[in-house]
Design a protein around this ligand. Structure first.
Ligand SMILES: [Cu+2]
Length: 206
């Protein structure tokens, strides 16, 4: 074993301890940076607004956990609020009538009709399968909302500027799916790296 010049065994022990604690700090930092962030913007061609597009980051076998409490959609001012709701399979949506008139909810794709309920009352519906489900009211034809069911915990809805951000994505290969109610959508393969931010410019053309 080579002796370090000018050092005695006692100071070497101290140096080793200092090195060990530095390594521990590095390990903790890496642990916190295991996941990546996917962010960017969506442009929906031919639309005035890039808001309310859904971006989901998907891969086979991702574990999804339904929200423990129902996700709420308000029926207020003769609108559904929010207009777009993204959930995972098994999640229950609760519709709350906050208007002075009765409301109904039915969905052609979901093949359900929840009936009609008065001011202050609610109706629940649980979504078991992935898909896009139009929400309509048979009393007020202008009312329209979408429930989008995705098999991934990594999703976002674009804000008024078309921007989105999804944090906590484990490293790996994914398919990004971007959808807008007036367009068919877009798919793109991405690779997420731990501790990195992946910036995406997505254009939904069709
Ligand atoms: Cu209604």
């Amino acid at each position: 074993m080579t002796a370090w010049p000018g050092s005695n065994p006692a100071s070497r022990v101290v140096q080793c301890l200092v090195l060990a604690s530095v390594l521990t700090l590095v390990a903790v930092d890496l642990g916190g940076a295991e996941t990546g962030t996917v962010r960017g913007s969506v442009v929906v061609k031919g639309q005035k607004s890039n808001a309310d597009a859904v971006v989901s980051i998907e891969a086979p076998g991702l574990k999804v956990t339904p929200a423990p409490e129902p996700v709420k959609i308000d029926q207020k001012g003769f609108r559904f609020i929010p207009h777009i709701t993204v959930i995972v399979p098994g999640t229950t949506v609760r519709f709350l009538n906050n208007d002075p008139e009765p409301h109904n909810v039915y969905s052609p794709e979901g093949r359900y009709n929840l009936g009609t309920w008065p001011t202050g009352a609610t109706r629940d519906h649980t979504f078991d399968k992935p898909g896009v489900y139009t929400q309509l009211c048979n009393i007020h034809p202008d009312m329209l909302a979408y429930v989008v069911v995705v098999e991934t915990p990594y999703f976002a809805v674009t804000d008024s500027t078309g921007s989105f951000e999804v944090e906590g994505v484990p490293p790996g290969k994914y398919l990004v799916w971007a959808w807008h109610e007036k367009k068919d959508g877009l798919e793109r393969e991405i690779t997420v790296e731990g501790g990195q931010v992946l910036d995406l410019d997505l254009v939904i053309e069709r």
